[in-house]
Structures are given as structure tokens and as C-alpha cells.
Design a protein around this ligand. Structure first.
Ligand code: ADP
Length: 551
């Protein structure tokens, strides 16, 4: 029967028949794939052919289904008899469309020759080759094809296992990239290392140069210099040190102790230990023995050099010869002593004469009376100045001596407060002294100290004019204090005001004085086995005090 002559019904019937066959084929494939049947009939050149899988038990099929590789069986004509799902996935096609097709059509055209040769060889012996598959819409898939013959009941078939090499290739690519990056990093590290070595070399040269600089500088300044380790050990003296002391070049360490005047050694050691413990600047005046055996005064200073973290690396010290200055000061002290002594006698006579004139005050004209009062006032000031100068020279000569008796401090404070209330009517003085406070001392000298503190409180309190005087017993000592709300002192000034002739250089508050009062007061209190001090804050006021042993 010719096709063209088929009736419409016949065509419908044939279509139904074909649909039925297709469904049957799909079911068969599914049945084979899942292991429900072991055989397949394929229409070949020589009619229908039946294929069964010899070892096709369910376990193996499951195994093949779950494999990560594609698995395919081909007949002699290259038709796909069986495929697992993975192979269909690699082709990006539904599984049922793959079965029965020629494997050849899935090979990249460029690889066809290679593939044909492989298949030909595979029928003879097991072999492998890398080829690219054509995946639908997804471009080529690079695979390793492993071929094996398979004995089926109806004849030999070819089994192909396809391993997707894309990931492996990607990994290789990544690995290559990483290796390149590693090599790059390695070469950068080597470069850095070379640079570092260069820097170290340069720094070493710099260090040597800077050490030589230091030595050159140290050996060419007039002062003696040295450096100490953080623990105080000396590790360098400049050439002046050896020239001056005549010590052996190898006598490093603490050879300075050998040439320090025995009377200055204790103080020097104390100050040096204090500096090492606190990290504060070391400063002391002492005498060093010269090579010819004579001692000369030196001003020693050592400062610590610290790293970024503040740790002391070493100390740099200098000793400056101040023998000539000391001599000059001695001469000046001597002059002050003589001059003040010489001034004292005529001043006393002058005061006597003025007092005599004062006896006849009533008979004097008013204008002269005024001049007389002013003259006596100026003379008192002059006398106080000369007395202070005399005291300073006595202190320098170690001759500030006086008799000691029990002194009623309560009375002393009361008397001084009364006195200053008259002298400074614009100020308000509060007296908080406890009753019955007695010490062993020199009344006149203690009054001199207290008056000096009160006069200073007045002098340095130009605005707030309230001054509090206190005296109280604290355990074994009595403290007398004078508190003002005046200009106050900075921490740096506080440390210096008890020095001889020291005055704070502040033009705004400059007042008369020579900077002797506190120096003399300190010496007097020291002679009383006491202590003088100050608590002060710049701009807020000061409290000067002295402590004396209670009896
Ligand atoms: P003088 O008052 O004659 O200058 P002193 O030895 O009595 O000398 O005082 C030394 C320095 O201490 C003063 O010049 C002043 O700068 C400072 N000083 C003293 N007393 C006070 C005080 N109460 N308030 C602020 N500064 C003071």
C-alpha cells in the first residue's frame, strides 16, 4: 500500500500506532534504566535486534545511575543503547532523547577524526582519549573518554565512561594562576629582603657615622662628658675626662667615685641614685680631683635618652668647671658681707639721730614732721635690707648663730597679726592659732620668718586681700602657716624660691625685694631642726608653712 493513498482515518490510526510505540519505547528505556527490564530491542539494518545486559542487575544500574561520570553503551554502529542520567546532563538534553541516537553527533567536528580512531581502536583494546562533546546550548564539554568492550548475550558492545574534565581543567588553571601569584609574591619578598638588607647596611653605616660624630663632638667640647647605661654604669668618657683626671683610659665604669671629693661623694651618690630611680634630670655641684691633685668645682648634669615607649636607653652627662664662678661668688659674698657690715654702723647712728629729732617732734614745723616720718620709714627699710644682707653673709660663712629658749608660738602669731593689721590696714588677717603652742627656738628669728611669710603674702596678693594665719599641733610637730589667695606659683617656681637671690621673673607682679627672705627663713628653720615648704597653684594662691618639733 502506497502512503499517498492512505485515508485520513488510516493516517490517524498510524499516528496513534506511532504514539503508542513511542510511549512503549519511553517506558522501555525507563524500565531498563531503573533495572526493571534487562533487555532492549533495536531496529538495525538486519531487522530487529534484542540487547540484554549480561550483568545488569539492579545494584550495578543504581551504581551507574549515581556515578559522577557519564556512562554510555554503543553498538557496532555507534548507536547509543544505554546512557545514564549524568551523560544526558553533560549534553544538556533529556535522557529519553539520547537513547538510540548515534554517539558521533555529539562530538565536536574538530575532534571527529580523533574520535573515530579511538572507537576503532576501542573495539580491539581498552583505550582512553580526551575529546570535546557538543553540549546543547552550553558550548563544548571537555571529557576524558575511557572505552571498554562489553560482552552482551547478543554480541559485543562498547562501553564509554566520560569524565568531565572542565572542573579539573579549571582547578589546574587556578593552580597555575596561584603558582604564578606565589612566584610573584616570592620575587617581591626577595626584592623586599634585598631592600631591607640595603637599609640595614645603610643604617649600620649611619650608626657608625653618628657614633663617630658623637665622639668627635664629645672630644672637642670643653666640658667633661660621659654616657651611662640605664643601670648607671659608665660606658664612655670623653678625652677631657682623662686629660683632667689623669685616669687610665681603661678605668671606665665608676672611676668618677675615685676622683670625687670625699665630702661631696655622699650627696653626689644620693642625687645620682635618685635620678636613676625616677628618670629625672641629675644635677649636682661637686669637686673633682685634677691630675695635679687639686680639686675644682664642677656642675654635673645628666639627662636620660628614651625610646619611643619612654624606656631609658642611656644617660648623657656633662661636668662643667665652675671653679672660677664659685670664686667670683665667694668674692661677691665677701663684698656683701663687708659692705653690709660697714653700712650697719652709720645706719644705726642715723637712726639714733632721727629718733633724737623725733623727741622734739612737737616743736617742729608740720612739713618737717612729715619728712621726719618718711625718713624713719625709709631708714627702717634700709636697715631691714642691710640686716638681710648681713644674714645672708653669715649663712654663707656658717655663722648664723643664736640662743634658743622656749618660745610661745601662739603669742608670737598673735603679736605679728596685731602688728600687720596696723601696717596693712587694707588687708584682712585671720588668726586661727591654737592656744598654748610652745617650741624651743629663737623668738626674734622665728618672728623674722613669720613676718617674712606675711609680708610676702601681702606683696603677692594684689586683689584678694584675705590672709589666714594658722598654728596647730600635728603629732610631734607644730605647723605654722600663712595662706593667701594671691598670684600663686607654678611647679617650676616652687622648686626655686628658697634659693638665694631667686625671684620670679613676672613683670606684671614685679615688687621690691632681692630674693633673700625665703632663703634666710629656710636657713633659720633648718637651724631649728624644722622644715619649710609651700603648697601653691598658679593664679589661685599659696600656703607657706614651717614645721617645728613640739616640746
Ligand atoms: P622677695 O620677696 O624679696 O623677692 P623672697 O625670698 O621672700 O624674696 O621670695 C622669693 C620669691 O618667691 C619672690 O620673689 C616671689 O616671686 C616668690 N614668692 C614669695 N612669696 C610668695 C607668695 N606668697 N605668693 C607668690 N609668690 C611668692
Amino acid at each position: 500500500m502506497e502512503r499517498a493513498k492512505l485515508t485520513y482515518d488510516e493516517l490517524l490510526n498510524e499516528a496513534d500506532e506511532l504514539r503508542y510505540q513511542l510511549e512503549e519505547a519511553t517506558d522501555t528505556i525507563e524500565a531498563i534504566r531503573t533495572g526493571q527490564v534487562d533487555a532492549l530491542i533495536v531496529q538495525g539494518d538486519s531487522g530487529h535486534q534484542l540487547y540484554t545486559l549480561k550483568t545488569a542487575d539492579q545494584t550495578y544500574r543504581m551504581f551507574i545511575e549515581k556515578m559522577n561520570e557519564g556512562a554510555v553503551t554503543l553498538n557496532k554502529e555507534g548507536l547509543i543503547l544505554y546512557s545514564n542520567s549524568r551523560f544526558a546532563e553533560m549534553l544538556n538534553m533529556p535522557l529519553e532523547k539520547v537513547i538510540g541516537l548515534s554517539f558521533n553527533i555529539f562530538i565536536l567536528p574538530d575532534h571527529k577524526v580523533k574520535f573515530d580512531a579511538l572507537i576503532k581502536a576501542a573495539w580491539q583494546a581498552e583505550c582512553k582519549e580526551e575529546v570535546d562533546l557538543l553540549s546543547k546550548n552550553n558550548g563544548p564539554v571537555h571529557c576524558l573518554l575511557s572505552c571498554n568492550t562489553l560482552e552482551l548475550d547478543e554480541g559485543t558492545a562498547l562501553s564509554l565512561i566520560l569524565t568531565d574534565l572542565t572542573i579539573q581543567k579549571d582547578t589546574e588553571k587556578q593552580l597555575k594562576l596561584r603558582n604564578e601569584q606565589l612566584a610573584e609574591a616570592q620575587s617581591a619578598t626577595e626584592k623586599l629582603n634585598d631592600e631591607l638588607e640595603d637599609t640595614v647596611r645603610d643604617r649600620t653605616v649611619d650608626l657608625v657615622i653618628s657614633r663617630e660624630h658623637f665622639k668627635l663632638l664629645a672630644n672637642n667640647i670643653p666640658q667633661m662628658t660621659w654616657t651611662n647605661q640605664p643601670d648607671g654604669q659608665v660606658d664612655f668618657y670623653n678625652s677631657q675626662w682623662y686629660n683632667y683626671t689623669g685616669l687610665d683610659l681603661h678605668a671606665i665604669n665608676n672611676s668618677w667615685q675615685l676622683v670625687t671629693h670625699p665630702d661631696d661623694l655622699m650627696l653626689t651618690n644620693e642625687k645620682f641614685d635618685h635620678a636613676l630611680q625616677t628618670g629625672e634630670v641629675f644635677e649636682v655641684e661637686n669637686r673633682y680631683k685634677r691630675a695635679d691633685g687639686t680639686y675644682r668645682w664642677h656642675l654635673n648634669r645628666a639627662v636620660p635618652l628614651r625610646d619611643e615607649a619612654g624606656k631609658i636607653l642611656f644617660w648623657v652627662g656633662t661636668a662643667t668647671d665652675i671653679e672660677d664662678q664659685k670664686k667670683e661668688i665667694e668674692k661677691k659674698d665677701e663684698f656683701i658681707g663687708i659692705a653690709s657690715h660697714e653700712l650697719k654702723t652709720p645706719l644705726t647712728s642715723l637712726k639714733g639721730y632721727l629718733q633724737l629729732i623725733g623727741l622734739k617732734k612737737e616743736s617742729l614745723p608740720n612739713g618737717v614732721k612729715q619728712y621726719l616720718d618718711k625718713s624713719i620709714g625709709s631708714l627702717n627699710k634700709l636697715q631691714r635690707l642691710v640686716n638681710d644682707l648681713l644674714d645672708v653673709s653669715k649663712i654663707q660663712a656658717g655663722r648664723l648663730e643664736y640662743a634658743m629658749h622656749p618660745v610661745n608660738l601662739t603669742e608670737l602669731v598673735r603679736g605679728c597679726t596685731e602688728n600687720v593689721r596696723h601696717v596693712y590696714p587694707g588687708y584682712n588677717f585671720e588668726n586661727h592659732a591654737e592656744a598654748g603652742l610652745v617650741v624651743n627656738g629663737n623668738e626674734e628669728r622665728l618672728e623674722q620668718v613669720l613676718m617674712n611669710l606675711i609680708n610676702n603674702a601681702v606683696k603677692y596678693s594684689p586683689v584678694n586681700k584675705n590672709i589666714v594665719i594658722d598654728a596647730a599641733k600635728h603629732n610631734d610637730h607644730i605647723r605654722v602657716s600663712v595662706a593667701d589667695n594671691g598670684i600663686g606659683l607654678s611647679a617650676g617656681q616652687k622648686g626655686k624660691i628658697f634659693e638665694r637671690f631667686y625671684r620670679v621673673e613676672d613683670k606684671k607682679y614685679m615688687s621690691s625685694g632681692l630674693g633673700m627672705g625665703l632663703y634666710i627663713s629656710q636657713e633659720i628653720i633648718k637651724n631649728h631642726h624644722g622644715l619649710i615648704g609651700v603648697d601653691s597653684e598658679l593664679g589661685k594662691g599659696s600656703t607657706f608653712y614651717f614645721d617645728l618639733p613640739a616640746i
